[in-house]
Ligand binder design. Structure first.
Ligand code: PLP
Ligand code: COI
Length: 339
């Protein structure tokens, strides 16, 4: 059933799928991307032999549209999502979707569903989910030769606990292999995180923290966000790893942290070192910046900063980022596109 705007409670949206009026669809066949268009049908019809159903040829993106105080709408670095989509496509042997068309299609979906962009100050945003799947029939393991690219939109609230500290547990499982698909935004990485996250949720944790898959010694990332820590010396540190997603929020914070004199660095961070951080957090489009209250490992809980309060550096970074996204503050050139 189509979502009616009058049935939405902007302050209690959660992070759930809703069937909005319009989505964008383009198909790839005969070696090229066809012209795309907005469509109303939220379903995709697939053959039982479709590649994605067997060998998981799927990639996706996540970005948000923000309602500004003046009523206009901001997109945050959509060109970066378009580019990462290209990199993910290459890793999954899929035909890249032209990056300029990606950004244009995102704008079309926002405009078409404009009444679903939550009001300024509601704390909610319109989340956009571009994705691509291999649709042609295969039996042997091989890449598809037909694809569907789609972008749907959903109004959302906080993904983790917003700016409230959350508890995490270190997973015994890996979500991505060292030279595997961790740097690509592809469904398989998330499929492998489902069992660990079900167990984590059952035990009261917000999500898992994954370690590097080769040595299980260094921090990799959370199931749906990158990790950062603020050292006792006040430095912003975030893992450098071949098996994590190259987060756009992370790359943005590396720049903002530099402006704030936090001497940011990407390097390996041992789990032991992470336990001693002054502050730590999760960062991502859905997560925004969400403080880590504790990390449990081998049955021992390590509290980082506080389980109930958010540290000053995290608060400052959060405000800086969110103010730029909503257009309250001018960010670096090209970060925000206003519709
Ligand atoms: N890591 C994982 C596994 C994610 O799913 C996400 C979300 O997109 C991120 C990190 C954060 O990336 P970004 O800041 O580009 O949203
Ligand atoms: C995002 O932040 O856009 C993501 O894709 C994370 C996902 C786990 C919701």
């Amino acid at each position: 059933m189509k979502q009616r705007v009058e049935d939405l409670d902007w302050k209690n949206l959660g992070f759930v799928y809703r069937d909005l009026p319009y989505r964008y669809e383009a198909k790839y066949k005969d070696g090229e991307w066809q012209e795309g268009k907005l469509v109303e049908d939220s379903t995709i019809t697939l053959s039982e032999g479709a590649e994605v159903l067997h060998y998981g040829q799927e990639i996706f993106e996540g970005l948000k549209a923000y309602r500004r105080e003046d009523g206009k709408i901001n997109l945050f670095r959509p060109d970066q999502n378009a580019h990462r989509f290209t990199l993910s496509a290459q890793r999954l042997a899929m035909p890249p979707f032209p990056e300029d068309r990606f950004v244009e299609a995102v704008k079309q979906v926002v405009h078409a569903n404009e009444e679903f962009v939550p009001p300024y100050d509601s704390g909610a945003t319109l989340y956009l989910r571009p994705f691509m799947v291999g649709t042609s029939n295969v039996l042997g393991v091989q890449a598809a030769d037909e694809y569907v690219f789609r972008i749907f939109a959903v109004p959302v609230g906080a993904y983790i606990k917003g700016l409230n500290p959350a508890d995490y547990i270190v997973s015994d499982y890996d979500r991505a292999a060292y030279a595997g698909t961790g740097q690509a935004k592809t469904s398989g990485n998330y499929a492998s995180s489902l069992l660990p996250s079900v167990e984590a949720h059952k035990n009261g944790y917000a999500d898992c923290l994954y370690l590097d898959p080769r040595e299980h010694k260094y921090v990799d990332e959370f199931g749906g966000a990158n990790f950062y820590g603020i050292t006792q010396e006040g430095q912003f540190v975030t893992p450098k790893s071949k098996s994590i997603l190259i987060s756009i929020t992370k790359r943005s914070l590396l720049e903002l942290a530099k402006e704030q004199g936090l001497n940011p660095v990407e390097r390996q961070i041992t789990l032991e070192e992470a336990f001693k951080m002054k502050e730590a957090g999760a960062m991502g489009t859905a997560a925004v910046i969400s403080p880590v209250g504790s990390i449990t490992y081998n049955g021992k809980k390590h509290v980082i900063y506080s389980e109930t309060e958010t540290g000053p550096v995290t608060t400052k970074l959060y405000n800086e980022l969110v103010d730029i996204q909503y257009g309250k503050k001018k960010g670096p050139e090209g970060w925000v596109q206003t519709l």
